[in-house]
Structure formats: C-alpha cells, structure tokens
Design a binder for this molecule. Sequence first.
Ligand code: FAD
Length: 384
Amino acid sequence: MDIFLSADDRRFRDEVRTFLATALTPELRRAGRRARSVFHEPDISLAWQRILHTRGWVAPDWPVAHGGTGWTEVQRYIFAAECARANAPSLAPMGLKMVAPVIMHYGSDAQKNFYLPRILSGEDYWCQGFSEPGAGSDLANLGLRAVPDGTDYVLNGSKIWTTHAHHANRMFCLVRTGSHGKPQSGITFLLLDMASPGITVKPIITLAGDHELNQVFFDDVRVPQANRLGAENDGWSVAKYLLAFERGGRYAPALRVTLNQLRAAAHDEGLTSDPDIALGLGRLAAEVDALQSQELQALVGGRAGDAALLPSMLKILGTEISQRLDELALLIAGPAAFPTVLDAAPDHVAVAMPRYLNDRAASIYAGSNEIQRDIIARMLLGRS
Ligand SMILES: Cc1cc2nc3c(=O)[nH]c(=O)nc-3n(C[C@H](O)[C@H](O)[C@H](O)COP(=O)(O)OP(=O)(O)OC[C@H]3O[C@@H](n4cnc5c(N)ncnc54)[C@H](O)[C@@H]3O)c2cc1C
C-alpha cells in the first residue's frame, strides 16, 4: 500500500503508529491476536473504544459535526490498516457503523442529541433486530407485530440470530405495522430499550461453542412511538439505507495481518516447503493483493458504474478469502488445533479452530453471499 501514499499520508500513518504503540495495552493486543471471531466481548471492545474516544478517533467515518475525525478516505483506510497491523481489537459495529448513520440521516434533533454521544462513548451498546424465524434473506417477510396504543406501540413476536443481544442495552428493530400492499410497505423502524418489560433474551450457542447469538422474544413490549426512525410503514427505506453501511469495504488490512501471521506460523512449524501450504500461502497472498487493490480503487472512486456493486462484491471476496485463510490455518496448526485446552497454545493454534467455525457464518450474515450474487447479477443484467 505504501507506494500509493503521499508524504502527508505517510506522516499520518506514522502518527497513528506512534499512538497505537502506546495506547494499546498488552492485554488488548493479546485479545486482538487471539480473537475467535469478528466480535470481541464488550469488556475488550469497550475498553478500546474508550481509549479511542478520549483521543477523538472512535468514529473516523462520522461527519466532524457529530464527532468524526475529518480524515480523508485514504486516511481512514490507513487507520483501519494500522489498527489491524497492531492487533487492535475490533469495535462492535452495530452502534458506531450501523445505527449511527441512520440516526444522523433520519433522526430528529432530539434523537441525534440523545443517542449519538452515547454511541461514541460506548454508554449504549446496540444490537440489530432484523432477522426472524422465517425472515432472513426474505427480510420483508418479517412478522413481529407493533400495534399502536396511545403514544406507544405494543410489540409481540421474536427476533433471531441477534448478535450480542445479551450484552446490549438498546436494539434497532424492524417491526410489522401494516399488512396491505407489498410486504415492504408495512414495515417500521424502531429504537428500543432492552430493559423494557416483556423482553426475554435466550442464548444460541455457535458451532465454536461461543455465546454470540440469541433469540429475543417480545411479549406485549411497549415502545414509545417517539422512538420511531422515519415514517410509520416506511421502515424498509430506513433499513436499506442501513444495510449499505453494514456491508463495508475494508477487509484487506485484517486479512493481510492474518496472512502474515500464517506465514510466520508456517515458518515456525517448519512447513514452508510443504507444497500444499506453500501453494495456499501464495494463492492467498495474490487474492489479498487483488482485494486490496479493489478496495483502494473504490477509495479513489472506482470505475464508473461499479459503485453500487462494490459493497456486494467486496463482501463476497472479503468473507470467502477469510474462510480460505481459516482452512489454511487449520492445515498449519494440524491436530493440535482440535479444541481441547487451548489457553497455553501459541496464538495461531489457539484461534485456528474457533475462527474456522465462526467464520463459516461470514458468508451468511449481513446478507448471504448467494443474495449478494443475486444483487450483482440483477444490476449487471439490468433487471430490477
Ligand atoms: C453469526 C451470525 C450473526 C448474525 N447476526 C444478526 C444480527 O445481529 N441481527 C440480525 O437481524 N440478523 C443476524 N443474523 C442473521 C442473518 O442476517 C441471516 O442468517 C441471513 O440473512 C440469512 O437468513 P436465514 O438464516 O434465514 O437463511 P435463509 O434466508 O433461509 O437462507 C438459507 C440459504 O438459502 C439461500 N438463499 C435464500 N434465498 C435465496 C435466493 N433468493 N437466491 C439464492 N439463494 C438463496 C441463502 O443464501 C442460504 O444459503 C446473523 C446470522 C449469523 C449466522
């Protein structure tokens, strides 16, 4: 990436490096190196968020008026790359990257003033209540009912696969308020307090044995109508706006770090001349380079006509390369990666199996890769 950087950008990169060298504690770096999935537990991610908040660097993508940094696109990419390189833990995206831009766009002044500072500071921890049993890819089929009653809505139904609902104190949520016309036209977008009476959160344990996911049940839950974003029955427009932020385009920096870690691990294990491992490392190096060049092209505007395709393209490439890296990591770690007691194992062994298992979901969440391929095909073939 260095050859693309101007002298100013190099200075900026050095400033970020200097900051990370002192701000990241050994515990945070270790947690970053040993991440079992894209999500960290809030004790880790919020500890890092508070440090970034103090420095004013917690939300580089936000407008300055709301607490953003005012960096250029290239500087934001450099920041993400340097954080990955320094093994910084990831921040939960549901508040900072997903609901915040929507609040900025659709929220009233009162909603902006209340929610945005709490998202920046980490005082509020959000979860995303979109999917339901029977409404995942076919999201418009969702059926959690919200019936107006006085100044509230009364909610009944359930949400599923809700990441970190057991940690969150707030949820942004799609509910059914109308049943006439197209299914998309009867959906409303609500912000709700997870402490509201009538909400029950039940764990779903992942293949890796982790508790990240939940099913959330709503039993006569009252949500003030003032917590609506956008107009009643127009939640589909709000959700589409949000989904564009969910499928971001900065996969390559973290994938490159993993690739470099695997190179070092292969070297340590004396496996660099193993043909399967050498070929795998070479192939993945080329794939990460190609992805990074796509991401950098996107930063400078890309080719005309690509902009709408890019989130879907990058989501497919980023998640599938990460799954291939996981497969190679297992090959390098060998039988030692079998989940027994991994605490004392070297980093590359300890994370190989949990990452492999958790990343199987990467091609499913944020809109499955099959759905992304449908979106690309529809755009390229010019059908709506
Ligand atoms: C780890 C994880 C975390 C998640 N976190 C959240 C969260 O926090 N909040 C939330 O709301 N949701 C979350 N989800 C849910 C996620 O958005 C859905 O799983 C996803 O949209 C797919 O929906 P589904 O599981 O109902 O599968 P389905 O929609 O039933 O799909 C099953 C299979 O059929 C394929 N398929 C479906 N329709 C088509 C089609 N038209 N063309 C081609 N293939 C198709 C899919 O690609 C998939 O392979 C999470 C999921 C996972 C796995």
